[in-house]
Design a protein around this ligand. Structure first.
Ligand code: C2E
Ligand code: CA
Ligand code: CA
Length: 572
């Protein structure tokens, strides 16, 4: 029995065998054939094995021990050291028992008298390698490759186990849902390598502030979950949330720039009435979502109010889906007017004819539609319907000239691969000239991912439709980027217009935007014009087009037409 020589395969073998003769035989075989590869230790009872298990590379176990009968030894070894390869070495040549041993986790089943040194050595090497591969595979399946942290599956498993244990002990279990704010911005602006570094860094910071028994997992994307067990009370969970928020406050060094990232944290507690793992995670997620909406709260504890809101959101989502199938959406049309009074066109604004809530304004469902991806279907319907309406007006006897039809496009829609095809199809199906359609994209949607935006805008521009930046002045577009976008129209955000005549700063900004747009060859639209005074000021500032309640609010198509009695010869 010599020292290990091969660092890769060198292993201590623990032989559990009560027959001294058999034990000596094994030792001789290994000395002969293994050439110092293994270091053999020997005990004669299972009880004596426990303290030797640390540092052991493989166990050779006999099935007839004084303190363990048959496969009981395998079972108990497997329970105590599940990561350890086990080989049964026995006088019993019984296929049934052999199969059962393997099923119980043994790597191999050898029969005394039919083993020689070579065979034994090979069996040991195989058993160790196979176990190692098994463990690596199991690890891979349960861990996130980027951060090395447990993944969603393992987290849920640990939480389930903790809940079962807690049913007996009834201490407090907390699940914390941690989600980075504005992670997408880092990824888009600094690149995926920087994003990856933030995620690994975040994983390390989380692990550093937790107690050894706690679990931190990468739940997906930029979402991390934390499981804390055996808490005294909820205050301990709050303290952990504070520690996490504090740990995240240190800036990240990315490409030499110090980037500060914050996170929103939701907490859900499981106490006596042990809920399911899934519902705890869902509650922590809902609380995180509220914390994010809240903006100023770093963390929030799940409560009844959050529960109600989460249920409402779910109900709204279900109702939205149904309404998309049932065609419960309507378009209202708000006039866009030349500063001197002539009608230029209409902006289509979607409304939801909710089965019980009545007519719902976009603010009540567009954000949720964005989040759930439903906005793509909704947007496609809006586009088709608005084009069809433009065509009907074009064909109307009282109409002489084409009008501009403006359609709002969400960020998600803009970046969907089929957007340009959708636009072409919508125009073609009603033979609408591309120049009659204007697509409005909010400034904040444009700057989400500049390169992708430029590409998407260019595809649309080449179709011949007009492109407008909506809510301009709220998104901080740089001049450099503005020049890269093939934009025809800038819509000055209503926030600046409402200050005209009252706030000199707003007037200065409005004037600057109008000049800038004109210098770049773009047309300006002022939104939210509510008074005659504002209208006159805008005219003085040289604004091209206006829109707002002062000129006319959004109306259903037929009312819009009779109200505006589209005169022949007027338009663009
Ligand atoms: P937006 O594109 O900036 O549209 C202008 C909003 O201001 C409309 O609200 C309009 O009714 C309202 N408005 C018009 N004139 C005035 C005024 O003088 N004063 C004030 N205070 N408000 C005025 P609405 O219809 O509630 O739409 C809100 C937002 O929802 C829109 O803002 C747009 O971003 C979004 N939206 C509307 N329809 C669609 C759509 O079909 N698709 C997408 N993706 N978004 C849409
Ligand atoms: Ca708009
Ligand atoms: Ca707007």
């Amino acid at each position: 029995m010599s020292e290990t020589s091969d660092p890769e395969l060198g292993h201590r073998i623990l032989l559990i065998e009560d027959n001294a003769g058999d034990a000596r035989l094994v030792a001789l075989m290994l000395d002969d054939a293994a050439d110092g590869l293994f270091e053999l230790q020997h005990v004669d009872r299972l009880e004596a094995a426990w303290e030797r298990l640390p540092g052991t590379g493989c166990v050779l176990v006999d099935l007839s021990l004084p303190d363990a009968d048959g496969l009981e030894a395998v079972e108990r070894l497997q329970l105590l050291a599940p990561e350890l390869p086990i080989i049964v070495i026995t006088g019993r040549d019984d296929l049934g028992i052999a199969v059962e041993a393997l099923q119980k986790g043994a790597q191999d089943y050898l029969i005394k008298g039919r083993v020689d040194g070579q065979l034994l050595t090979r069996a040991l090497r195989y058993a160790i390698e196979r176990k190692r591969a098994e463990i690596a595979l199991a690890h891979q399946a349960l861990h996130d490759p980027l951060t090395g942290l447990p993944n969603r599956a393992l987290f849920v498993d640990r939480l389930e186990q903790a809940l079962v244990r807690n049913a007996r002990r009834s201490s407090t279990i907390a699940v914390l849902f941690v989600d980075l704010d504005r992670f997408k911005v880092v990824n888009d602006s600094l690149g995926h390598a920087a994003g990856d570094r933030v995620l690994t860094g975040l994983g390390e910071r989380l692990s550093a502030v937790l107690r050894p028994g706690d679990t931190v997992a990468r739940f997906g994307g930029d979402e991390f979950t934390v499981l804390c067990t055996d808490l005294e009370d909820e205050k301990e969970a709050f303290a952990i949330a504070e520690r996490i928020a504090g740990a995240l406050a240190t800036p990240y060094d990315l490409e030499g720039a110090a980037v500060v990232l914050t996170a929103s944290i939701g907490i859900a507690l499981a106490t006596a009435d042990h809920p399911s793992a899934q519902s705890l995670i869902r509650n922590a997620d809902a609380a995180m979502y509220r914390a994010k909406e809240h903006g100023r709260a770093r963390w929030l504890l799940f409560d009844e109010a959050i529960h109600k809101r989460a249920v409402q959101r779910l109900e709204t989502e279900v109702a939205l889906r149904r309404s998309l199938d049932d065609g419960d959406f309507r378009l209202h049309y708000q006039p866009v007017v030349h500063a001197d009074g002539d009608l230029v066109g209409f902006e289509a604004l979607v409304r939801w004819q909710h089965p019980s809530r009545g007519l719902v304004a976009p603010a009540g469902f567009i954000p949720l539609a964005e989040e759930t991806g439903l906005v793509e279907r909704l947007g496609a319907w809006v586009l088709d319907e608005a084009c069809a309406q433009a065509r009907r007006w074009l064909d109307h006897p009282s109409s002489g000239r084409p009008l501009m039809m403006s359609v709002n496009v969400s960020a998600r829609q803009l970046r969907s691969l089929s957007m340009a095809d959708q636009v072409v199809a919508a125009l073609r199906s009603c033979a609408l000239p591309p120049g009659d359609l204007c697509l409005e994209i909010t400034e904040s949607a444009l700057i989400e991912d500049i390169d992708a935006t430029v590409e998407a805008l260019e595809a649309l521009h080449s179709i011949g439709v007009l492109l407008a930046v909506d809510d301009f002045g709220t998104g901080y577009t740089t001049l450099k980027n503005l020049k890269r976008f093939p934009i025809d129209i800038i819509k000055v955000d209503a926030g600046f217009v409402s200050g005209l005549g009252r706030d000199r700063g707003d007037a200065a900004i409005t004037m600057a935007v109008i000049r800038l747009a004109h210098a770049l060859g773009m047309t300006t639209v002022a939104e939210g014009v509510e008074t005659q005074e504002q209208l006159e000021l805008l005219r003085t500032l040289g604004c091209d087009l206006v829109q707002g309640y002062h000129l006319g609010g959004p109306l259903p198509a037929d009312e819009a037409l009779s109200r505006w009695r589209i005169p022949a010869g007027v338009g663009r």
